[in-house]
Design a binder for this molecule. Structure first.
Ligand code: CTP
Ligand code: MG
Length: 226
């Protein structure tokens, strides 16, 4: 029977965060940002393994005590130059069965909940393609010209913001990433194969911590979760 695994790319620098410490290690509600998503994923009974893809010269991971996360947590020191490369390297190192499901989740989305995971798993476990958590775009969208003036208003109908986890069969995802490396998420690589991943409605709480001001919001959400 096919298993479910998580794979967490955590080998970036967090350039937009403008901090010396890589974003995934910034302190957030009392622990490194990375620990939040890993705790949620390790706490999900359906997931057999939680792989975390780290930079080969990561010096931070070992400074935190991961013992209580148990054997389920598997660090892989094989991150690459881009997120897609880190995911591809991690998939190769994880040696999963082609039919196993893999849930790729950003280390920079610490507010993931068990409810998000349950929804994704329930909607996709029998899906032939797989899919992603996403949120319908709520704001009015403006296209800018070179002077940062509004060139036009874009219709937002049918537009969704992609989040993670992104859930695909390991074999399909590996094939997709080998054929299409210049992607910012797994779904784009699968789309390039001519397939149509499903959009599973999540919520804006599972946002990606990108800029310094996002830290405060994430801490607020995490303090409500407990
Ligand atoms: N990531 C990775 N390997 C890379 C680049 C990114 O594993 N070469 C990971 C990040 O650590 C993060 C996730 O991919 O958990 C989402 O990427 P993003 O939020 O863009 O993080 P960074 O690339 O680190 O940030 P920035 O783009 O601001 O530099
Ligand atoms: Mg990035």
């Amino acid at each position: 029977m096919s298993e479910f695994h998580a794979l967490v790319p955590a080998a970036g620098f967090g350039a937009r965060m403008r901090n010396e410490l890589p974003k995934q290690y910034l302190p957030l509600a009392g622990k490194p940002m990375l620990a939040h998503a890993l705790e949620t994923l390790c706490g999900c009974g359906e997931l057999a393994t939680v792989f975390v893809v780290l930079s080969p010269d990561d010096a931070q991971f070992r400074t935190f005590d991961w013992a209580r996360f148990g054997d389920k947590l598997q660090p892989l020191f094989c991150g690459g130059a881009t997120r897609a490369q880190s995911v591809a390297n991690g998939l190769l190192a994880a040696e999963l069965e082609a039919d196993d499901w893999v849930l790729v989740h950003d280390a920079a989305r610490p507010c993931l909940t068990q409810a998000h995971l349950a929804r994704l798993l329930a909607e996709l476990r029998d899906d032939p393609v797989g899919g992603i958590l996403a949120v319908p775009v709520a704001d009015t969208l403006k296209r800018a010209d070179a002077q940062q003036r509004i060139a036009c208003t874009e219709p937002r109908e049918g537009l969704w913001q992609a989040q993670t986890p992104q859930m695909f069969r390991a074999g399909l995802l590996m094939q997709a990433l080998q054929q299409c490396r210049a992607v910012t998420d797994e779904a784009s690589a699968v789309e390039a194969l001519g397939l149509q991943p499903k959009l599973v409605a999540g919520d804006s709480g599972n946002f990606k911590v990108t800029y310094p001001q996002d830290i405060v919001l994430a801490e607020l959400l995490l303090s409500n979760k407990k």
